[in-house]
Design a binder for this molecule. Structure first.
Ligand code: PRP
Ligand code: URA
Length: 208
């Protein structure tokens, strides 16, 4: 399973700011969107383009454009919404498929409560947006759901991943490439990532 850690200085700098406990809700939200934008750029390096001739200022000129229907963005509710705006900044025309998963606080298993997917999933690459890859249960469940709906190509964009979550994804969805800003140390007894960001959903939405 390809795991691509984005070591770009801007990503590392912004993630460092997100790790600070006193970063405001506004700051955390903005940084999540900015890193999502940079991860989207990396994750779409292999998009196919085709030549097309347009009328330029000095006559016809051959340029390149993205070929065909390519992407659906898949934010996992709720924290994944914090990455959606940043991804849409780069791909403003992308169709969005929304998946709702809630991790049980005791078992840490995800419960699916919502899914509204584009109907031509088989023709698109799904870019799943979820800031935290902790046990990996939520991302794996989202990939199960996308596969069952006909999706053939999935990539995941995460801010922080734990080794435990990467191992689960390698076992259940080895074909899914994971683009991540940092691979952290481990999970704590509540399955939170250390050093991590804390509860990303709460920090993005200002709850708790
Ligand atoms: C968080 C996070 C991921 C999930 C990661 O969501 O946004 O979706 O936990 O944990 P896992 O890898 O162990 O499954 P949560 O269920 O807390 O919901 P929220 O986004 O609504 O806060
Ligand atoms: N969900 C979060 O928001 N943070 C973690 O560290 C783990 C799951």
């Amino acid at each position: 399973m390809p795991v691509i850690e984005i070591t770009h200085p801007l990503v590392q700098h912004k993630l460092g700011l997100m790790r600070q406990v006193d970063t405001s809700t506004k700051g955390f939200r903005e940084l999540a969107a900015e890193i999502a934008c940079l991860l989207t750029c990396e994750a779409t390096r292999d998009l196919e383009t085709e030549p097309v001739t347009v009328q330029g200022w000095a006559g016809p000129v051959e340029v390149r454009r993205i070929a065909g229907r390519m992407i659906t963005l898949v934010p996992i509710l709720r924290a994944g919404l914090g990455m959606l705006e940043g991804a849409l900044d780069l791909i403003p025309g992308a169709k969005v498929s929304v998946v709702g998963l809630q991790r049980d606080e005791t078992t840490h298993h995800p419960r699916a409560y919502y899914a509204n997917l584009v109907d031509d999933l088989a023709e698109r690459t799904a870019l799943v947006l979820d800031p935290m890859l902790a046990t990996g249960g939520s991302l794996a469940a989202c990939c199960d759901l996308l596969r069952a709906a006909g999706c053939r190509r999935i990539k995941a964009l995460c801010l922080v991943a734990a080794p435990e979550g990467l191992a689960l994804m390698a076992a259940r969805h080895p074909e899914v490439a994971i683009h991540v800003a940092a691979i952290d140390r481990c999970l704590n007894e509540n399955a939170y990532i250390l050093p991590g960001l804390g509860d990303a959903g709460d920090r993005i939405f200002g709850t708790r």
